[in-house]
Ligand binder design. Sequence first.
Ligand code: TIU
Length: 225
Amino acid sequence: AGPVAEVAAEPYPFQFPVQHTAVVMIDFQRDFCEPGGFGETLGNDVSLLRASLPPAKRLLDAARKAGMLVVHTLEAHKPDLSDLPPSKMLRGNLPPELRIGAAGDMGRILVAGEPGNDIVPEVAPVKGELQVHKPGKGAFWATGLHETLQARGITHLLFTGVTTEVCVQTSMREANDRGYECLLVTDATDSYFPAFKAAAIEMIRAQGGIVGWTADTAAIEAALA
Ligand code: TIU
């Protein structure tokens, strides 16, 4: 029940019941968006992610005004690293001092509670919004997110975050298989590889929206206005 918004989306219009839709902000963390964190240790230019922050903030503002649920995810491991499989720890062939859990410029890399693991101030959570720590790339693996969303009657998800083709796309595919109607907000997501971002957007909405819909922040704002 309640209002249904319609977005001018690709590959065709996307309708969402506002009170049963959540905005999912994937991993807008200092570890990915600022120098000295996990993203930079992997050899990336972290400044490439920052264009998505102003649109993501606008989307947050629109969602908050509409009274929608907002979920912030964080790629975060427990301090004892018991949720870090060896495959993930050793991937990248990095020396021990650059691996997940090692001490970096912003604290221990990708460890919950460390300064670098925080969400960047531009899109920081406010009271009442959910924060979900996830040990994998997908937001539904080992998190309980599906049960949390089901308990709140959420059926539709608007995805933002970083990086487009890694944690955002993985999470959107997980959500799609669990029966959620999903839309990726194209200017509120970024990748270290612009060509990968463009390809992810194309592959999500191809074949009649095989994974879901895409639209920009202005289209969501217009739908909620
Ligand atoms: N490396 C990269 O592009 N992404 C990640 O490791 N995690 C997320 O996407 N959050």
